[in-house]
Write a protein that binds this ligand. Structure first.
Ligand code: AMP
Length: 195
């Protein structure tokens, strides 16, 4: 089993790269942003509750996020590994993920962190918003708040994985394929290490 955290600020390309990685390594994708958007579109209680946080670009409370990931892991079977995208976003979420995986006996093999300059992120998110219509991708103020939240609350997660020797930075500027190749070479080295 190969469990990976794909980390990075909003607009770093986590969703795009996840799609390619799940195919290459036969992984199951757990994107908390996608799960919340699904709840929103289905009008569930969880979705209604998450909406006010998402609309402002703030984080949904840890307890809610962790419960949703726990449920997703428990309801999946025959999985060869998970790629976590947009999760964990706080240190308590990272601790909870370690506890959830401990039960399975397969810890996180590595955290791959996409590194992209802030100005580039804003441009990418605004252009994604034009195509997808995502509410939280539309206004510069909302995007700036999401980036602030990332630097204040999510960046400490890097330190958490650094201390475990699992942090692997990857330059997130270039063509989709160039970045994908770099991610693959890190993952392949993790797999060799495991073997
Ligand atoms: P994303 O698609 O990952 O950018 O997530 C969109 C929004 O969903 C975020 O701005 C948060 O409001 C919420 N969200 C997604 N993942 C998390 C998480 N791990 N913790 C808290 N909130 C989250």
């Amino acid at each position: 089993m190969l469990n990976i955290v794909l980390f990075g600020p909003p607009g770093a390309g986590k969703g795009t790269q996840s799609e390619k990685l799940i195919e290459q390594y036969n992984l199951t994708h757990i994107s908390t942003g996608d799960l919340f958007r699904k709840h929103l579109s289905e009008g569930t209680e969880l979705g209604k509750m998450a909406r006010k946080f998402m609309d402002e670009g703030n984080l949904v409370p840890d307890k809610v996020v962790i419960g949703m990931v726990d449920e997703k892991i428990k309801s999946s079977s025959g999985v060869e590994g998970y790629i976590f995208d947009g999760f964990p976003r706080t240190v308590p979420q990272a601790v909870a993920l370690d506890e959830l995986l401990e039960g399975k006996g397969f810890p996180i093999a590595g955290m791959l962190a996409l590194d992209v300059p802030e100005e580039e992120l804003k441009t990418r998110i605004l252009s994604r918003g034009k195509q997808s219509g995502r509410a939280d991708d539309q206004s510069v103020e909302k995007i700036e708040n999401r980036l602030r939240v990332y630097f204040d609350e999510t960046v400490p997660v890097m330190e958490y994985y650094k201390k475990q020797g699992k942090y692997h930075p990857v330059h997130g500027v270039g063509t989709i394929d160039e970045i994908f190749q770099q991610l693959c070479s890190v993952i392949d080295s993790l797999e060799e290490h495991k073997a």
